[in-house]
Design a protein around this ligand. Sequence first.
Ligand code: NCD
Length: 307
Amino acid sequence: MHILSADQFTKKQLEELFALTSSIQQKFAQDKNEILQWHKGRVLITLFYEPSTRTRLSFASAAAHMGMSVISTENAREFSSAAKGETIEDTVRVLEQYAPDAVVIRHHETGEVARAAAATNVPIINAGDGKGEHPTQSLLDTYTIWQHFGKLTNLRIILGGDLLHGRTARSLAKLLACFEGNHIVFNTIPELQMADDIKQYLDDRGLTYEEESDMKKAFAQADVVYWTRLQKERLPEGVHIDQTYAIDTKAMGYMPDTAILMHPLPRVDEIATEVDNDPRAKYFTQAGNGMFVRMALLDTILTRLKQ
Ligand code: NCD
């Protein structure tokens, strides 16, 4: 079972995963040692061709807390045989020989992780592929929303920032379409608008959305404001875009008291640090949830394989 796209999850699977995540989170607080026995002797490989802090280290921590060993390369673009011209298919075929139980891959090119998955039976987990998808980020994002509101239905979610080059908002939009009554507001500048394939995906599933460039109007009845950084590394050569959509204390004033502000991190300057102490700012809680969601995901993959 590979994890390649947010498309592949059903509402039922998400609800099961969130229930498991929540129980792991509670168990972890009570008795970490029990969890440490769960996957002793199993091996996780993480193969990252692009920079990462949270995704790689939360996967590694998730695996370590469940007793797994983690073997890791963090700059595979430079330091793996990819630099010598090896295809990703050959790389995973070789990794397969080392008998890992799962391999987590981040790649700078869209679709490369799926190519790796097609070449092996070892479960491959997409940790972000170019401007394609970041399915495990969207799992922790929706888990955070579910944990806060106790539901994932009938919410008004504002997706802002770099919607064109960012993969997290794309995967999140797909997962939100698994639940009824949600409404998405895309709040960005025309050059960074959400791509048509995602809009089509939402149309096909009957999830409503609108584009609203005015931050004040977009935030007015929000339940969730999900903000993202300008993906400078993905801009075509010669293209320069000014960062014009920062959230500061004034912008927080446009949001209802009951709303939450999320961000996949890293944040650059699109959320001012003065916002961090606002109780509605949930991005650090969100990042912390990442480890627990990834524990639940790994446990689900590894347990299913065992049966
Ligand atoms: C995101 C990513 O890699 O797409 N980071 C993350 O995994 N939390 C967001 C980003 O880099 O902007």
